[in-house]
Write a protein that binds this ligand. Structure first.
Ligand code: ATP
Ligand code: MG
Ligand code: MG
Ligand code: MG
Length: 458
């Protein structure tokens, strides 16, 4: 079953059960300046859950584009290392705003997985929050889950909260067992970190309101928020373990191999590039442009990581922007805003690639030189020089170092950064006082607007 079909089946299922289908909102949240990117389906409904916004419906379902590459949820460092994490993914979700609660939410999820998708029951594991007897009772006695595959979790992993105060409540998560060929233990066990048991669906029961004293008060109208990763459920349905082996990713990996002239389709860099083109293209579609701070800097970091993986595959010329067309073929139908912005997206990417190409090769030489000295820790001065002179964000250098099995002296980097900040401050003061601009030794002064990220021109 293709992932586009799974997405459609999900929406159809919930439509049949009285849900209004709502389009994905953009990756830049409209109503929450504190949130870097939309990282879950519930984000566009936050004010509805808080009772500050009214809708004409009490049940909704969506397929929401999400990015987890900064802020509270950051999976950037997992990409290329786990089978299940992306910077960009699609979250299928159903929501109840004071309408149904635990019983229906659990029944819907179970029916969709085992009846609509026909997933064998014995492959599914269920977790609930340790204190949530109500959910445990529904799973064990109404659905009839085998207690051998049922786990009570007493950590905050199974308790969700919007913030330090406000709506919160227990979660129930559904895991899929990919079988004994994959390392890892069941949820809640000491070996749970592995990738054998993969979380596919999280059901959040918004049950309480936490006050400023930390006390929990029952909400008059409890609500439901759920999220299931489309790529993870597609892996299950396509009987592959890794998300990167699903149809949607395979098309992108082939395209990445084509534009980087790579023969080996298993090369990890292709997975990273395939992941990153989705995040970057959709972020630009939604109005983010590469820059030196905030959202723009996260985007720049992801683009530069992708470019460096291309470089690792031997690409020294811009290649990344060429994937936009392929991405439109794979995802344009589900997200028409992408093809509509295609030319602009490709242009922004190409420009950023050309910009980084000027310093990438030289920076790589500096880094290779340092690493060739058989070090186990890269010194902070070099990491800072790469950042300062060659535009290597620290996480990019760390990504390369990790590949080569070495770490980075982060404190040394911070010290070098602090020193540079001090100098920049002094220089700024000088030019402001004197009303001078300067282009010192080989340095082009870009004006104050460019001095954004910690006083640094990137
Ligand atoms: P994990 O424990 O595997 O990191 P999570 O508990 O952080 O997942 P939730 O916040 O519960 O994930 O999000 C709901 C669902 O979204 C998850 O059950 C999963 O299917 C999917 N999901 C979460 N993060 C990612 C990601 N980085 N890439 C792909 N799918 C994801
Ligand atoms: Mg996570
Ligand atoms: Mg989890
Ligand atoms: Mg979860």
């Amino acid at each position: 079953m293709r992932s586009s079909e799974i997405r459609q089946k999900f929406l159809d299922f919930f439509k049949t059960h009285g849900h209004t289908i709502i389009a994905s909102s953009p990756l830049v949240p409209a109503n929450d300046p504190t949130l870097l990117f939309t990282n879950a389906g519930m984000v566009q409904f936050k004010d509805v859950f808080l009772g500050q916004d009214q809708r004409s419906y009490t049940r909704a379902a969506s397929s929401q584009r999400c990015v987890r590459a900064g802020g509270k949820h950051n999976d950037l460092e997992n990409v290329g290392y786990t089978a299940r994490h992306h910077t960009f993914f699609e979250m299928l979700g159903n929501f109840s705003f004071g309408d149904y609660f635990k019983r229906n939410a659990i029944q819907f999820a179970w029916e969709f997985l085992t009846d609509t998708l026909k997933i064998p029951q014995e492959k599914l594991w269920i977790t609930v929050y340790a204190e949530d007897d109500e959910a445990a009772d529904i799973w064990l006695n109404e659905i009839g889950i085998n207690p051998a595959r049922f786990v009570r979790i007493d950590t905050m992993d199974n308790f969700w909260q919007m913030g330090d105060t406000g709506p919160c409540g227990p979660c129930s998560e559904i895991f899929y067992d990919h079988g004994p060929d994959v390392a890892g233990g069941p949820p809640g066990s000491a070996e749970a970190e592995g990738d054998r048991y993969i979380e596919i669906w999280n059901l959040v029961f918004m049950q309480f309101n936490r006050d400023s004293g930390g006390e929990l008060h029952p909400l008059p109208k409890p609500s439901v928020d759920t999220g299931m990763g489309l790529e993870r459920i597609s892996a299950v349905m396509q009987q592959v373990h890794s998300n990167y082996d699903i149809d949607l990713f395979q098309d992108l990996i082939k395209a990445a191999a084509r534009v980087t002239n790579t023969q080996n389709l298993e090369d990890n860099s292709l997975k990273v590039i395939a992941d990153h083109i989705r995040a970057c293209a959709f972020l630009i579609t939604d109005g983010v442009i590469p820059g030196s701070e905030g959202r723009g800097y996260v985007l720049r970091r992801i683009i530069r990581r992708a470019i460096r993986h291309g470089y690792r595959l031997g690409q020294k010329k811009p290649f990344f922007y060429r994937l936009v067309t392929d991405l439109c073929s794979v995802m344009g139908e589900a997200y028409p805003e992408l093809p509509a912005a295609k030319e602009r997206v490709a242009g922004v990417l190409q420009q950023e690639e050309e910009r980084f190409a000027e310093t990438l090769e030289h920076g790589m030489q500096v880094l290779d030189n340092a690493i060739s000295k058989k070090i186990s820790v890269l010194d902070g001065e070099t990491a800072f020089r790469l950042y300062d002179t060659f535009g290597f964000p620290l996480d990019l250098t760390a990504d390369i170092a990790r590949e080569r099995g070495i770490s980075i002296d982060n404190e040394g980097f911070e010290r070098a950064m602090a020193r540079q900040r001090e100098q920049a401050r002094a220089a700024n003061k000088f030019t402001m006082n004197e009303g001078l601009t300067y282009s010192g030794n080989q340095t082009v002064f870009h004006g104050y607007n460019a001095l954004q990220h910690e006083g640094k021109i990137l």
